[in-house]
Design a protein around this ligand. Structure first.
Ligand SMILES: Nc1ncnc2c1ncn2[C@@H]1O[C@H](COP(=O)(O)OP(=O)(O)OP(=O)(O)O)[C@@H](O)[C@H]1O
Length: 293
């Protein structure tokens, strides 16, 4: 059973809602379980919604820290965007509530945790696993772009894994609703495309670049433009200094796909629906969308 109906969620994020509606959820609605992790602004706990018995992840953020770092606006945007997205590969945000000191986000529980840890454990993924993940992310991004949402911060740290092994895009902190082209500089340098590094206008095709970087990192264990100095990463991105090391051995069809995504001219990057038809995806991605090992 879902823990909130769509109309309840919409009431909670609507700016016109009354105080009573916005405070529909309270901490008393949840049994709090083990800590799942901690982030910059607070902690995440496993929790059970008492009425439905539904397991969720409760993210507890301290208002004082949000204020100090001036990210309240970013959080509001994250909540508004993420709570309206419904896709099997996007982490659900069911709702939120707050008290005097804290803001609580009620999130879908991703039982297998961070993809980043999995990647660290195995150093790099085999092609079946990488292709299955890339295909599921492409489908999630097609869905987002169809709703005029660009994520802008696709990287292993922002991906969680559900109980069945399905990938879940989390952390919409840098995402935007885009009816206008954006010029804002944001995100970690390694995953940024040339047009964002150079602060020129950018559009939804930034996510194709980041997915190309991620695909490379899945297969090689390191992002493609990594360098010791920030300024060298910057140069390598601008020049699209893409090199494929001899080890681990990666098929040429995978390299072909990466080369078609990491293209400086954003309009020439392989569109996501074409990516799903690329021979590497067709040959290696599990059609179920879940990597079964
Ligand atoms: N929905 C979830 N399901 C399972 N584990 C989660 C969930 N959300 C967060 N976690 C765990 O809690 C940790 C902290 O999450 P959180 O989103 O607060 O921080 P972060 O993304 O690491 O950092 P930041 O503060 O920069 O957003 C994550 O790294 C993850 O291990």
């Amino acid at each position: 059973m879902a823990i909130a109906t769509e109309s309840q969620e919409e009431h909670q994020i609507s700016s016109e809602s009354t105080a009573a509606e916005r405070l529909r959820w309270t901490l008393n609605d949840f049994d709090i379980g083990k800590p799942l992790g901690r982030g910059k602004f607070g902690h995440v706990y496993l929790a059970r919604e008492k009425r439905s018995n539904h397991l969720v992840a409760l993210k507890v953020l301290f208002k004082s820290q949000l204020k100090q770092s001036q990210v309240e606006h970013q959080l509001r945007r994250e909540v508004e965007i993420q709570s309206h997205l419904r896709h099997p590969n996007i982490l659900r945000l069911y709702g939120y509530f707050y008290d005097q000191k804290r803001v609580y986000l009620i999130l879908e529980y991703a039982a297998k945790g961070e993809l980043y840890r999995e990647l660290q454990k195995s150093k790099y993924f085999n092609e079946r696993r990488a292709a299955t993940y890339v295909a599921s992310l492409a489908r999630a991004l097609i869905y987002c772009h169809g709703k005029h949402v660009i994520h802008r911060d696709i990287k292993p740290e922002n991906l969680l894994v559900g109980a069945q092994g399905e990938l879940k895009i989390a952390d919409f902190g840098w995402s935007v609703h885009t009816f206008n082209r954006r010029r804002t500089m944001c995100g970690t340098l390694d995953y940024l495309p040339p047009e964002m590094v150079e602060s020129v206008e950018h559009d939804a095709n930034v996510d194709i670049w980041s997915l190309g970087v991620l695909c490379y990192e899945f297969l090689y264990g390191v992002p493609p433009f990594e360098a010791k100095e920030h300024s060298d990463t910057y140069k390598r991105i601008i020049q699209v200094d893409l090199k494929f090391p001899p080890k681990p051995i990666v098929s040429s069809v995978a390299k072909d796909l990466i080369s078609q995504m990491l293209v400086k001219d954003s309009s020439k990057r392989l569109p996501l629906h074409k990516l799903l038809e690329h021979p590497w995806i067709v040959q290696y991605a599990d059609p179920s969308g879940v990597y079964k090992g």
